[in-house]
Design a protein around this ligand. Structure first.
Ligand code: UT7
Length: 333
């Protein structure tokens, strides 16, 4: 059976590192609070002038080199921070990669975007519309955070990760398994940038200062993240024909170490099977899963043959999960 197969992986972080100490110097917070409540110690951020496309092109180039191919048949970018509200950022990324003429579009599913992107990409490949694709999760959250908001500024970081998907068969390593994807728009206000869209236009009138920035109801989001990622993971594992004890590695959206602890307990998958890089990079939204995959390959925690569960949760609300057996691939720096 035709399937979408992960053939390459790339990651890129902007060079500038922001430490907790740098944040405590300007916000009413402490290193201890950030470490214990979220699990973040450092995060990378873009310098002024650097945009999501810049991060994404670097990650995609590395993914192509990792796959050993010069190009791909399309580009999907999952992002909440496109370079501009219009047009989508993916076509520019495709052109900068030398992929003129390929289908290229953005997906807006906030922190679940990469898993949604894999699902859409898998659909395009299995239906025969394309034979290969680059799926990128790229975000520059520092550009939408309110620098005065201690509840969000300490959590997020910038970065991009990408995979190359190619057509292959469902029984080979790297083949993406069944997907579980979902949403609940009743809770759309829990994670939002209120202004700048067609509801609260930035082109007319005066927009309240805070409404231009990312806002999150942390506690409610926390509870939903645990419940939704756990339920979605269970569905994806079941559809793949696995049970929880079959899973060797979990790459869950790096939202908060305490969320990873809670999902581990809910799923009854031991915490040491969860790969995590949130300490070094923070919550990088759509980039979170591919950056954690790259961390797993680099550290040796993720090995060919491992049965892997991917799961994410984000604004919308949105959530999703899928599975794969990890293929043999190397990272390109
Ligand atoms: O990626 C998309 C999905 N996002 C997530 O999944 C994030 C989910 N939520 C979270 O990770 C957590 O809810 C937060 C990290 C955002 C907050 O942690 P919490 O343990 O839920 O804290 P809280 O909101 O219940 O706040 C506890 C206290 C409050 O003070 P009071 O009301 O108890 O006096 C906050 O004002 O901590 C205070 N607080 C802070 N204190 C020091 C909030 N932010 C900070 C801060 N430094 N940065």
């Amino acid at each position: 059976m035709r399937a979408a197969v992960v053939a390459g992986l790339g990651a890129w972080l902007p060079p500038r590192v922001v430490t907790n100490d740098e944040l405590t110097a300007r916000l009413d917070t402490t290193d201890e609070w950030i470490r214990s409540r979220i699990g973040v110690v450092t995060r990378h951020v873009v310098e002024p002038g650097m945009a999501t496309s810049d991060l994404s092109v670097e990650a995609a180039r590395r993914a192509l080199r990792s796959a050993g191919v010069p190009g791909a048949g399309g580009v999907i970018l999952a992002t909440t921070t496109p370079d501009r509200p219009c047009p989508a950022t993916a076509p520019e990324i495709a052109s900068r990669l030398g992929l003129d003429g390929v289908p290229a579009f953005d997906i807006a599913a906030v922190c679940t975007g990469f898993v949604y992107g894999l699902g859409v990409g898998a659909g395009l490949i299995t239906s025969g519309i394309v034979d290969s694709l680059i799926v990128i999760g790229g975000d520059a959250y520092s550009t939408i955070l309110n620098p005065q908001d201690r509840t969000t500024s300490v959590i997020f970081g910038d970065g991009a990760g990408a995979v190359v998907l190619r057509a292959g068969s469902a029984d080979e390593p790297g083949a993406l398994g069944p997907f579980d994807l979902g949403s609940d728009g009743e809770l759309s206000d829990l994670i939002t940038v209120p202004a700048g869209g067609s509801r609260q236009r930035s082109s007319r009138g005066i927009v309240p200062h805070g409404d231009k920035f990312f806002q999150m109801e942390g506690r409610e989001v926390f509870a939903n993240a645990v419940a939704r990622m756990s339920a979605s993971s269970r569905n994806a594992i079941k559809r793949q024909g696995w049970v929880a004890s079959d899973v060797d590695r979990v790459i869950a959206h790096q939202a908060n170490t305490r969320i990873l602890d809670a999902v581990s307990a809910e799923l009854e998958v031991p915490r040491d099977k969860f790969i995590s890089n949130i300490t070094d990079v923070g919550n990088t939204s759509a980039a979170s899963i591919p950056l954690a995959l790259a961390h797993g390959v680099r550290s040796g925690e993720l090995q060919p043959g491992h049965k892997v569960l991917l799961t994410a949760f984000g604004g919308g609300l949105t959530w999703g999960a899928t599975t794969l057996t990890w293929p043999t691939l190397s990272l390109a720096e």
